[in-house]
Design a protein around this ligand. Structure first.
Ligand code: NAD
Ligand code: ZN
Length: 390
């Protein structure tokens, strides 16, 4: 089959690779019909994620048609249409029992170095390197989906792929970010990053009762989408001093809830050994870019909440921890527990409360991926969200 494979920094290619096979009785194989390119894929593209290997198949936002089922699979049959969460979870461990699927204890075994670097390994993720279990990803013609009875959700309603494919990741991620923010009715919510995750965080902030949403970015089309589609007030961080503006806009108090939907930008974490070394020594990385967290901590009102869906890898330093403690902020973060949100969010799509396809700007065949990654990386050509249709 054809698949998008990682070959190095800024180098993804369409390769011919062996078709996936059932390896466990709980697996299914799907023929992929739609697959997103995510901001998290850009961390791989930028070489921020150690333990990627040349030839790794990437992609973690897939949906498709079931073409094969393992003998223990109960929920699915050949021909079913499914959306697949990017998190692989067993459904039985201590964490899965608590619906903390991205903390699943069994799907990322043996990642000793990852455990040192991350404190403890999280769940396995599709297409996200050795540290996350080295599961082949979904930007491919076919995908093996482990623990099929726990992850995928069946789409019976005939809704087109574009309306449901983002249940795999960015829609639940934006939604969990808003939920983690602990929004109370009428709250002012500031959201850094108007990429796809930020856009869904904006939509979700309203669902949780926000009174005001302020969105921050610098890319004009993204700010425009946040303003028009997200009904947010927008700030361009290249034109305005964000901290001062947020304080001013909230009468000196600061936003009640702050969401960092940016995460790590291209500043390099080096090899896994280097990450582990740094984790062991608890020595911070010096970074110029990730000022989002600092801004959010400094701007957030006292006793407010900081929700961080943005992905960070390795260590960050120069975080104003004193301000965080003395203001009594609550911080919540994590990879999304996608499985927990699939049914309730699918209902919102079915009822017409939200049509997640609004973020799509580019639709491409697999062959278009190298060019699309570059456009998405550089935020060129109005690129906000790419959907690959193998
Ligand atoms: P994206 O790259 O499309 O969007 C990031 C946006 O942040 C861009 O529009 C960029 O211009 C903006 N930005 C950069 N610096 C900024 C700053 N200083 N202030 C304000 N905005 C700034 O990516 P995305 O797909 O929207 O993903 C966003 C983040 O969410 C990534 O870190 C990704 O890894 C993460 N993510 C997390 C989960 C999870 O489970 N927690 C799931 C999916 C994605
Ligand atoms: Zn993603």
């Amino acid at each position: 089959m054809k698949a998008i494979c990682w070959h190095g920094v800024g180098d993804v290619r369409v390769d011919y690779v062996p078709d996936p096979e059932i390896l466990d009785p709980k697996d299914i194989i799907i023929q992929v019909t739609a697959s997103g390119i995510c901001g998290s894929d850009l961390h791989l593209y930028d070489g921020l994620m150690p333990t990627m290997e040349a030839g790794d198949i990437i992609g973690h936002e897939p949906m498709g048609i079931v073409v094969e089922t393992g003998r223990d699979v109960k929920k699915f049959r050949k021909g079913d249409r499914v959306v697949v969460p990017f998190v692989i979870a067993c459904g039985c461990c201590f964490f899965c029992q608590k619906q903390l699927y991205s903390a699943c204890d069994t799907t990322n075994p043996g990642a000793d170095l990852a455990k040192v670097a991350m404190g403890q390994a999280p769940a396995g993720l599709f297409g996200y390197s050795g540290m996350l279990g080295r599961y082949p990803g979904g930007q491919a013609e076919y995908l093996r989906v482990p623990h099929a009875d726990v992850g995928p959700i069946k789409i019976d309603s005939g809704l087109p792929d574009e309306k449901v494919v983002f249940l795999s990741d960015i829609y639940p991620t934006g939604y969990m970010a808003a939920e983690n923010a602990g929004i109370e009715p009428g709250d002012t919510v500031a959201i850094w990053g108007c990429g796809p995750v930020g856009q869904f965080a904006i939509q979700s902030a309203w669902m949780f009762g926000a009174g005001r949403v302020i969105a921050i970015d610098r890319v004009p089309e993204r700010l425009e989408m946040a303003r028009v589609h997200g009904r947010a007030e927008v700030l361009n961080f290249e034109e305005e001093e964000i901290h001062d503006r947020l304080i001013e806009m909230t009468g000196g108090r600061g936003p009640d809830r702050c969401i960092d939907a940016v995460g790590a930008e291209a500043h390099g974490t080096g090899s896994l050994d280097a990450v582990v070394d740094r984790a062991k020594q608890a020595v911070g990385l010096s970074m110029d870019r990730p000022h989002v967290l600092r801004q959010a901590i400094m701007a957030c009102r006292k006793a407010g909440t900081l929700s961080i869906p943005g992905v960070y890898i390795g260590l960050l330093d120069k975080i104003p921890f004193g301000a965080l403690v003395n203001k009594g902020l609550t911080v919540r973060t994590g990879q999304t527990h996608v499985q927990k949100y699939l049914s309730p969010l699918l209902e919102k799509v079915e009822s017409g409360e939200i049509d997640p396809s609004f973020v799509i700007t580019h639709r491409i065949p697999l062959e278009g991926a190298p060019d699309a990654y570059e456009k998405f990386r550089k935020k060129e050509d109005g690129c906000i969200k790419v959907v690959i249709k193998p």
